[in-house]
Design a protein around this ligand. Structure first.
Ligand code: SF4
Ligand code: SF4
Length: 538
């Protein structure tokens, strides 16, 4: 308790206080839903490359068996959440704002829930951080706060960087979402255990658990669980949206600002999510890959809003029904919260690793968007912006597609929290414009990158062709001056024969000359010619 009171906290600019709607889903403990009839596992549930399938239709798989392997450095494997048969591999609808389909593995559970052989790591403290990271990678753990970045990469600060403060993000500031709150209330010891593992992997100097002051039960449970652990403390941070953003939370807890073009790790800080460290605990102390997660099922279309421990791949409509929900009453189905989440096009989509909440909202609950009016330059959006941006200016640049100007006004510092849209009296969907403008910049960057690659390829081809031409010419010249051994032997033989003939002729001439001299009484010249040799017979 004293630890929490003593620590100084820092404020950030802006922020808003949206209506919470959290109490409805915290009245019941975490529920375990029934085994689903079908499990749909998208291969791409994380940031990075989709996983590579390693099973085929008809295979029987065990619970915890990898059905798809990580396909690159930034990727994560996918595991069977229960035992059953692979009945389909192919395109299926996934929870994405686009409403598109993506490659998925479909498993029909056999009802036995039979595990693959697995076991805990005996003493993780004896393992090198890299070995720990590998186990976490193989367990398919990604950031469960919504981003889905592979956790093992986050736990690698590189050689030169030391982690001073590891922050456990228990803020959960977005309305409706209560999965981290309930996990902290009910499984605080396991979360603290996971946090110790992560601290060991990062060799962090201290760990700070940050919880918003609207979650007193979670705060006390976590405080109790870590009271005997050195260099670990719990702080209550003021309830304010979006204090759960990792850069803002770093500022609140340490006073340090993460520079615009840097990550928190560059200033010795790392934030991890509550669900993520719980998954790390299961992986190290139980040998279990990531097979399930806590999901808040809420909204007025469900009568028993609560948190469920859902297997990855469970269809959302099954969870909604199990929470006494009525799919036909849903006006809007949202994955995530009302500020940063997105609307889904259908209810039978699977829960994925990053699904922290599904809001089954009725028509009365979430009002349809109000008519957009012109900007009145009231400045309310700037006052609310936690990133200290000028949203009304950004809006203008985004609207006129002047992305260069938008970048000058730090478009990419926008954390897409939606606080500006929330306060705008003209109902301008500002954050949508900013997302669109970012997408536009990325598209242009990709195009630029593509043409740069094409230019480099063309240059390298030209160089290769010139080099080959030069090599051919050099060979031709070499050939010209080179001596062919067979021809040389033949030439040598004929030259030797000619030399011998000449020598014989000389000898005959000499003999004739000698005879002539003998007969005429003059001194004799030498009669034996030199032994003919190839090339020097002359
Ligand atoms: S809050 Fe809306 S109306 Fe006010 S300045 Fe910003 S964009 Fe304009
Ligand atoms: S969405 Fe972006 S511009 Fe709007 S308040 Fe949040 S950070 Fe600022």
């Amino acid at each position: 308790m004293m630890q929490a009171i003593r620590r100084r906290l820092w404020a950030f600019h802006g922020g808003v206080h949206p209506v919470q709607h959290k109490h409805v889903s915290t009245e019941r403990p975490i529920q375990r839903p029934r085994l689903p009839r079908r499990i749909v596992l998208p291969l791409h549930q994380h940031i990075g490359e989709p996983a590579d399938i390693v099973v085929k239709v008809g295979d029987h798989v065990l619970k915890g068996q990898a059905v798809a392997h990580a396909s690159g450095y930034v990727s994560a494997p996918v595991h069977a959440p229960t035992s059953g048969t692979v009945v389909e591999i192919g395109e299926a609808p996934i929870p994405h704002p686009s409403g598109l389909t993506a490659p998925c593995i479909v498993i029909e559970p056999d009802g036995e829930d039979r595990w693959i052989e697995h076991g805990p790591v005996e003493n993780y403290r004896e393992l090198a951080p890299s070995a720990l990271r590998n186990i976490i990678r193989e367990a398919g753990i990604v950031g469960l706060g919504g981003a889905g970045f592979p956790t093992y990469i986050k736990l690698n600060p590189g050689h030169a960087k030391a982690i001073d403060t590891l922050i456990l993000n228990g803020v959960e500031c977005e309305p409706y979402i209560t999965c981290d709150d309930m996990l902290m209330r009910e499984r605080a010891a396991e979360i603290v255990s996971g946090l110790e593992i992560v601290a060991h992997a990062l060799q962090a100097r201290e760990s700070v658990i940050a919880i918003e002051d609207n979650k007193p039960e979670a705060f006390h449970a976590m405080q109790e669980a870590c009271k005997d652990i050195p260099d670990m403390s719990v702080v209550q941070v003021p309830t304010m949206y979006p204090s759960g953003d990792s850069k803002l939370l770093a500022k609140i807890v340490t006073g340090k600002e993460v520079p615009s073009d840097k990550l928190s790790i560059h200033i010795g800080l790392t934030c991890v999510n509550v669900g993520t460290v719980y998954a790390v605990h299961r992986a190290i102390h139980h040998g279990e890959p990531l097979l399930s997660r806590i999901v808040t099922v809420t909204g007025k279309a469900v009568d028993q809003a609560c948190n469920v421990e859902a297997l990855i791949g469970t269809p959302m409509d099954e969870l909604i029904r199990q929470c006494d929900g009525n799919v036909s009453r849903i006006e809007r189905l949202i994955m995530g919260g009302p500020m940063m989440g997105f609307a889904l096009h259908r209810a039978d989509l699977p829960i994925i690793k990053t699904t922290n909440c599904i809001i089954a909202a009725t028509a009365a609950e979430l009002q349809p968007p109000r008519p957009v009016m012109p900007c009145i330059r009231c400045g309310a959006c700037s006052d609310a912006c936690p990133a200290n941006l000028l949203p009304q200016q950004l809006y203008w640049f985004a609207k006129t597609k002047d992305v260069e100007k938008a970048q000058e006004y730090n478009l990419f510092d926008c954390i897409e929290c939606g606080a500006c849209s929330y306060v705008c009296p003209s109902n301008i969907p500002l954050v949508q414009y900013f997302r669109y403008a970012k997408g536009d910049v990325w598209t242009r960057e990709r195009e630029k990158e593509k043409s740069e690659i094409a230019r480099r390829r063309h240059e390298s081809r030209q160089k290769r062709l010139e080099r080959e031409k030069a090599e051919r010419e050099a060979k031709r010249q070499q050939k010209k001056s080179a001596v062919d051994p067979a021809a040389m032997a033949e030439k040598g033989q004929s030259e030797a024969a000619a030399a011998m003939q000449r020598a014989e002729a000389r000898r005959d001439a000499a003999l004739r000359e000698a005879e002539k001299h003998r007969t005429e009484g003059r001194p004799r010249p030498p009669t034996e010619p030199a032994e003919p040799r190839n090339g020097d017979a002359e």
